[in-house]
Design a protein around this ligand. Sequence first.
Ligand code: FES
Length: 377
Amino acid sequence: MIEAQDNNADAICAVAPMGLLAELTHRCPLQCPYCSNPMELERSSGELSTQDWVRVFQEAGDLGILQVHLSGGEPTVRKDLEEITQAAVDAGIYTNLITAGVLLNKDRLAGLRDIGLDHVQLSVQHVDAKLADKIAGFKGGYSKKVEVAKWVKELGLPLTLNSPMHRHNVEYLEEIIEFAVKLGAERLEVAHIQYYGWAFENRNSLIPTKDQVYRNADIVDEARERLKGVLSIDFVVPDYYAVRPKPCMGGWGSQFVTISPTGKVLPCHAAASIKGLEFDNVKDKHLRDIWLHSSAFEKYRGTDYLPDPCKSCEFKEVDFGGCRCQAFMFTGDAANTDPACAKSVHHKDLLAIAERESKEESEFLYRKFTSQREPAE
Ligand code: FES
């Protein structure tokens, strides 16, 4: 039994994270070239056990966490997903299954619904079946996803479609919106790829032009107006064409916590890319202790550590200087201003990279866990 050190419930509630991203596994049958998992994937032999996750969700509930996103890799790879979901439900936490859908069947989905699963988020690569399967590196994936979306609706579960946007589908946004309406989704995430991990490796085969991104913004504006009460649309622009940085994770160590398949507790899914940070593990410590006292969370929490131009910026409590991982990637110091900000001295470099690479032709470098099949033709 791992004892917590801080038992002041009121104080904890005031600073509790809102959401927990539970990366149940890095295993995945898809090979998306923009996969947000780290370059160095964690092996199944080291994954947290069912009992570990049951305890973690009890701790998360006690801490005051409101939402759990059951993710991966592909979370349905785990045969104990039902017990894991049950534990989150028992802890009183809202549960969202983030899935590619290709391994699901209707009975399993119905079972998860009966346990108390609250929501399903399904990824969609493209509205063209052939292109969708090529992007995901998985033959038959598109038609399976359409089937899964229908099951979700038939079972009365709320559905979000998540369509990562890049050069190979950016011109199809209107069709993707139509597709989401047709499938009965309540929400569509049009999230332009953020270039970390595998996406960074594939940047020159993924990044769209600035004009394409701006056109997308107009399409979203028009669709939001037209589809009020039918479909809500979230739109995320690529950092490379931004003027102001995104408030990544709602501020480091402020609203979200991520747990990796082997139990590492991270302030964001890419935090392990920042050299020098050390991460505590739920196998060794109570989640509440880690959230409140872990050095990785403490290091960039708040805004006091930010140097100029953030230090004297009127927006520092709004965007928190942007993304720590991107600041590290481009400046070598995660404390620096995210180069997505126009005030960063590195901003022009980011824009120059985007303008150059958006015109390059390059093949996908597919994510592979071990010896996986060849991508679909
Ligand atoms: Fe790590 Fe933005 S992805 S702080």
